[in-house]
Design a protein around this ligand. Structure first.
Ligand SMILES: [Zn+2]
Length: 258
């Protein structure tokens, strides 16, 4: 049974870094994938105007998504300007209704910067509102309410730690060793970011940092490369293990005390 899967994170490249291997695996299994970024990454530059870098980064994100046959769209918020307010929640609900996901992968509720944390809250709350018929988005040709709240999973925080540097433990890992080539190719499509970090840091660490982090997760999971996920446990969100079922043999669970 093919599922609609929505990845919705703050900026172009977050999904690739944190869940690119898992999304590639789900796409290869035939599921419909949509990758949404809340912003077009309009502050991710020191040389282009906001409009110029937004245009560049939307195109990069679309090319990355296309590598796994996924659709891409931008929710058109702006960097450092994502707020969990009424208008923003209705905008995210409309995206949920248009994509009708069974499964939503989103940002960690605790992360290193505000856009990630607010995205997590907005998506969580929009999933609650999306099935409610009386919750109107005000969009032209508004899509129908969802038939149910989708399954919600959080990706890892960047670096796997909270704001105090403490590790955030995932519920389980997905072994993405076989997807590292495509995950790296997806991230490499974000050429503007690679160039920016190269200019700033003097070393080409954009892809290497992602690989190092994914390998460190793999080490914790006992495989070469892995990505971690947590299921949102709030009432009345679905609590069956949909992501684990779809990934199947790729799931690695750590037993307590290991
Ligand atoms: Zn980000």
């Amino acid at each position: 049974m093919k599922k609609n899967i929505l990845s919705i994170h703050a900026h172009p490249d977050d999904a690739e870094i944190l869940a690119g291997g898992t999304l590639a695996q789900l796409a290869a299994a035939g599921h419909n994938i949509t990758i949404v970024t809340m912003t077009p990454g309009d502050c991710g530059t020191a040389e282009y105007s906001p409009e110029e870098i937004a245009r560049i980064r939307r195109a990069e994100a679309a090319r990355s998504a296309a590598r796994i046959g996924a659709a891409y769209r931008c929710a058109e918020f702006r960097d450092l300007s994502i707020y969990n307010d009424d208008a923003s929640r209705r905008r995210v609900v409309e995206i949920l209704r248009q994509t009708a996901p069974d499964l939503v992968l989103t940002a960690s509720p605790v992360d290193y910067m505000c856009d990630h944390e607010t995205t997590s809250q907005l998506v969580r709350d929009a999933c609650f509102g999306a099935p409610a018929p009386n919750y109107l988005t005000g969009a032209a040709n508004a899509a129908a309410p969802l038939t149910a709240i989708p399954h919600v999973y959080f990706m890892d925080a960047i670096g796997g730690v909270d704001r105090d540097g403490r590790a955030i433990e995932p519920d389980f890992f997905v072994n993405v060793t076989a997807q590292m080539e495509i995950k790296t190719a997806m991230l490499a499509e974000h050429a503007s970011q690679r160039a920016w970090l190269l200019k700033h840091h003097g070393i080409d660490d954009y892809l290497v940092n992602m690989q190092t982090w994914t390998r460190a997760n793999g080490h914790r999971a006992g495989v070469e490369y892995a990505e971690g996920f947590r299921r949102y446990r709030g009432h009345p969100y679905p609590q069956t293990e949909l992501l684990e079922e779809l990934v199947g043999a790729g799931v690695v669970r750590l037993s307590l005390g290991s």
